[in-house]
Ligand binder design. Sequence first.
Ligand SMILES: Nc1ncnc2c1ncn2[C@@H]1O[C@H](COP(=O)(O)OP(=O)(O)O)[C@@H](O)[C@H]1O
Ligand SMILES: [Mg+2]
Length: 342
Amino acid sequence: MKKLRILPLVHEELVPPDSIEGLSDEEIQDWRTEFDVISALGDLGHEVLPLGMGDDIDPLRSAVREFKPHVVFNLLVEFHGAATYDQHVVSYLELLRQNYTGCNPRGMTLARDKALSKAILSHAGVSVPDFQVFARGKKVRRRNDLELPLFVKSVNEEASLGISLASIVRTDAQLEKRVRYVHEKVGTDAIAEEYIEGREFYVGCLGHERVTTFPLWELFVAGLPEGTPRIATRRVKWDVRYQKEIGIRNGRADLPRDQERRIARQAKRAYRALGLSGYARLDVRMRDDGQFYFLEANPNPDLAYGEDFAESAEAGGLDYEELVQEIVGLGRRYPAEWKANS
Ligand SMILES: Nc1ncnc2c1ncn2[C@@H]1O[C@H](COP(=O)(O)OP(=O)(O)O)[C@@H](O)[C@H]1O
Ligand SMILES: [Mg+2]
């Protein structure tokens, strides 16, 4: 395998140490993904120079000039403290004619908007929940044909920010209250979607035009009291103690083959419709009658070892190092526009 110069791009506060010896799980939690990816790149024999960035773009330009990376491994989660600015940093890399891993800027922009992306997916024949957007400063009036119960969330936030059991609303009064909560506490416009009662799945996707999907992953919440909705609230996703307490364990979904195949086919269609590249994880929910709906696409999902994406890749035959190497290779092969013109 060719030894490459690789520049992992990470948030300045998440530059990991060389070793995690003697550190507790809590101490490494914040930068575990960065550590896992950088270690894997090193173990693969590459020359790795991590760059921490905060709100100055100059160091990136200098590093690209001086180190001349074959590829920038994009692990950036924000810039200027804005989570949505990662897409602009990727645009900047394209302007520098620099190869990078993960999603292109247009795909990131389209996927991030939970209303725009649903409009595109529905046009492409991918099944999504019906929805309505409630902008800040406007009256909350539900469309007549959009039936309760609904699920209310931020139109562009991630990581289940602002999501709890109260996100499920069953009356217009609850709808208005939760929309206001998103406006005021999360600070963004809100989207209310058809509430999809049932099971939740994740589909890992890898590729550019030719997309591979990994075996379907499912959210299991064994210890929740009977009747509690199985949704990925903020707590379910991030509170390690709570996860242990109620037995949250994501793993291989147990679905009939033809159903899994149908979900995978639609996932590929969704991936292409949004113009994604590199790798992504798609969130899907399925009602008891077998009807499934795509909730969202997550470009550049968490790559930590042992997390859903890497685990499902492994179930699909790619161990962690192979996955990281595959993502590097895809980054180098991405058909960016500057390549056609140089
Ligand atoms: N329409 C919906 N019906 C049922 N549950 C939903 C719906 N939308 C979101 N959820 C629940 O909320 C979680 C987070 O929503 P999602 O749209 O994936 O946003 P995020 O970007 O925060 O992951 C989902 O994983 C799911 O459990
Ligand atoms: Mg999600």
